[in-house]
Design a protein around this ligand. Structure first.
Ligand code: IVH
Length: 684
């Protein structure tokens, strides 16, 4: 059993760890642990220091801001120190800060300036007589590094300012936009694939915009920084000599704006902590609408004389606080890389992770897409990896933490055999990214086909989940989708987890699926390349499965939305004898082959394509599509010259909006959409 260490021992341990990780983060831009884990260590240390003031030592890292700058760039002494901020991790801590401010000011009225907390790198840029003379990183807050040549490459940064004070230091955050980061990452991944092909080891891929930005700022060659497309938001003044006198923070921001510096437009002044919490809540939800990353909100007391009254603690101002959002990135262990087999035989590598709570849910698995992706990122079982789960986006393994890679680790090798019991050889053609299992009898493919048949967009068989499919398949009760309809209650009762009632329910929902409309049945067969949209068109054109089965490729490809590729894949599917046998089983079971639903809605949109983007208040995504289709219209996924109108909801896709503007396609709001549905006409 482990004993709790003495406070002194624990404080020593924590000091050592905080110092070490601080140096990795600030000094080397190569953190080993996530921000959240670091905060946890730092907070524990500060708590112990509060509880045991007699054990506080002047050199404690909790009193310092960051690591002392490493010496590859010239040191710059900050004439006005660049302090850090204290954090509030939740609303309670934020309100506690508000109470401390109120107390410190003897209950004077307080205005707060709320700003986005840009996830970048703090910078101080010095102008003398209007000329940019020096740009320095924060370093330890007292001494930073001279990165003037690199910062001067930022296009939105004025190099000269007119009617400027003798000296003015502009402070703000340098960051890389998400688009610039994605571009850099894609370039690095492509470069890595090329290197791997030539037998060279891959280079580290930047894991997030902050990390990429830090690397770019520290380039010895500024022409490289120039290519990285960095940006700046300014939010504070440092030293000012011979300038105007200010009484409020928002005046200083206005001053920065008039001098030509970029100031973030989301900045808002409020007069209560209640309104501050609303601002924080709003941006916590909206953070992904921004083209750059934020990790919280910074709240500052606006009145500069009130700031003076409040003053500083040993490490941060009392007049400001950083409200931190929950982390969307964490580090965890990559236990294994396994391969799954889809219904068409395509194999997909996926990461098996030590489960980690990130971005609002626990992540234990994440797709790695394909063989090239694994190679480009060079993630290996045993690695500590960065896992990201942002908003509704599927979780991603971003990359390895190289400093934690176990010694002797080797790159992961894609398996040569299918993981199913047949163990057939996997096939990878040179010019395609996919590796496939091409064995027709592969039981893994078969199970996936059955799951797809039963899924919501297809035959929608309630209660037939993955586990039941595996159990039915293992017991030999089902070898293809045609067998589903002869499964009995007695047979289900022999399987684990089934009782009389659940068995009866499943048999009933299987039988009920016999009357699904033709497009669903056609989709459910899982014919390669044939998606729900083409299935709809084919169903309304041919009216029955039998008519589609005997149609020629020419007849099929004449249907709107069905090209040569889909047509060929349909005819070859029906030509396979096993598939003909499935059709026969379905027919014998009484599955309806010609159920075409007739809509009762007025057919206002016949021949019109309407694209919906963003979230609507009264329709779900599927609901909006259904509303268009049931009126005879089409709802394609992208905007083209043939689009009749584009409906914009909340947070629409930028590319669709731009495309609509370029092509001069009418853009409607939700009210306009209602009019369009009812009349088929554009609102006037
Ligand atoms: S003000 C004394 N405002 O967050 C006040 N900082 O966790 C100094 N940051 O060191 C900072 N956005 O690098 C301020 N709007 C903002 C900010 C911001 C991001 C960074 C900055 C700071 C760190 C504190």
């Amino acid at each position: 059993m482990s004993r709790t260490p003495s406070p002194q021992k624990r404080m020593e341990e924590l000091r050592e760890q905080v110092q070490y990780h601080n140096a990795r983060y600030h000094g080397h831009d190569d953190p080993e642990i996530s921000d959240a884990e670091f905060d946890e260590l730092a907070r524990e240390l500060r708590q112990l220091e509060i509880e045991h003031p007699e054990l506080v030592d002047d050199s404690s890292p909790s009193l310092a801001v960051g690591a002392t700058a490493i010496t590859t760039f010239d040191p710059v002494v900050h004439r006005v120190p660049m302090t850090s901020l204290d954090n509030a991790m939740d609303e309670t801590e934020l309100r506690a800060w508000g109470d401390r401010v109120a107390k410190g000011l003897g209950d004077q009225a307080v205005r707060y300036v709320c700003e986005l907390k840009i996830d970048g790198l703090a910078i101080s840029i010095r102008y003398e007589n209007g000329v940019l003379v020096q740009a320095a990183t924060r370093g330890d807050g007292k001494v930073g590094e001279d990165v003037t040549a690199n910062v001067a490459t930022i296009s939105s940064l004025p190099k000269h300012i007119a009617s400027a004070p003798e000296v003015v230091e502009v402070r703000g955050e340098i960051f890389m936009s998400i688009a610039a980061f994605e571009k850099l990452k894609a370039e690095r991944e492509a470069e890595n694939l090329e290197r791997i092909r030539n037998g060279r080891s891959p280079l580290p891929v930047p894991v997030n915009p902050r990390n990429a930005g830090a690397g770019s700022l520290r380039q010895k060659d500024p022409t490289i920084t120039a290519k990285r497309d960095m940006s700046l938001w300014s939010y504070q003044l440092g030293e000012v000599v011979g300038g105007p006198e200010f009484t409020s923070h928002h005046d200083t921001l206005e001053f920065l704006r008039t001098l030509g510096f970029p100031v973030n437009p989301a900045i808002t002044i409020v007069d209560s902590i209640e309104a501050v919490t609303q601002f924080c809540q709003e941006w916590k939800e909206r953070r992904h609408e921004l083209p750059y990353e934020i990790d919280g909100v910074v709240i500052k007391v606006d009145d500069l004389s009130q700031r003076e009254q409040l003053g500083f603690t040993s490490r941060a101002p009392r007049w400001a606080i950083a409200f931190k959002f929950p982390p969307e990135e964490k580090h965890t262990l990559l236990l294994d890389i396994q391969v799954s087999v889809g219904r068409t035989g395509r194999t997909t590598p996926f990461a098996v992770l030590e489960p980690v709570f990130v971005g609002g849910s626990t992540v234990g698995m994440a797709t790695l897409h394909n063989r090239d992706q694994v190679a480009a990122k060079d993630v290996r079982p045993g690695d500590t990896v960065v896992v990201r789960k942002a908003g509704d986006v599927i979780p991603e393994v971003v990359g390895p933490v190289l400093s934690k890679r176990p010694k002797g680790s080797q790159p992961w090798v894609f398996p040569t055999q299918c993981p199913c019991p047949v163990k057939s050889t996997l096939v990878k053609l040179d010019d395609v990214a996919d590796t496939r299992c091409v064995e027709p009898s592969c039981p893994f493919q078969r199970d996936q086909r059955i799951m797809y048949f039963a899924s919501r967009g297809a035959m929608d068989i309630e209660g037939l989940g993955d586990r039941t499919v595996f159990a039915l398949s293992d017991a030999g009760l089902v070898t293809d989708v045609g067998d589903l309809y002869s499964v009995t209650v007695e047979q289900l009762l022999t399987l684990e987890g089934f009782a009389e009632l659940s068995a009866q329910n499943l048999v009933a929902s299987i039988q009920a699926s016999r009357s699904r409309p033709l497009p669903k049945l056609l989709t459910a067969l899982g014919i390669k390349n044939l998606g729900p949209a083409a299935a709809e068109s084919l169903a309304s054109e041919f009216g029955s499965l039998d008519a589609i089965a005997i149609a020629s490729a020419e007849e099929l490809s004449a249907v709107d939305g069905v090209g040569g590729v889909i047509a060929a894949s349909i005819t070859s599917w029906f030509a396979v004898s096993e598939n003909a046998a499935i059709i026969q089983k379905l027919r014998n079971a009484g599955v309806e082959f010609g159920r075409v639903e007739v809509s009762t809605n007025p057919q206002t949109l016949v021949g019109k394509a309407v694209v919906v983007t963003g979230t609507l208040a009264s329709y779900s995504r599927d609901g909006a599509e259904e509303a268009i289709k049931s009126r005879g219209g089409k709802s394609p996924g992208s905007v083209s010259a043939k689009t009749f109108a584009v409906v914009l909801g909340e947070s629409p896709g930028a590319s669709k909006v731009t495309k609509a503007e370029q092509l001069g396609i009418p853009v409607l709001d939700e009210a306009g959409f209602e009019i369009l549905l009812a009349t088929g006409e554009l609102p006037v």
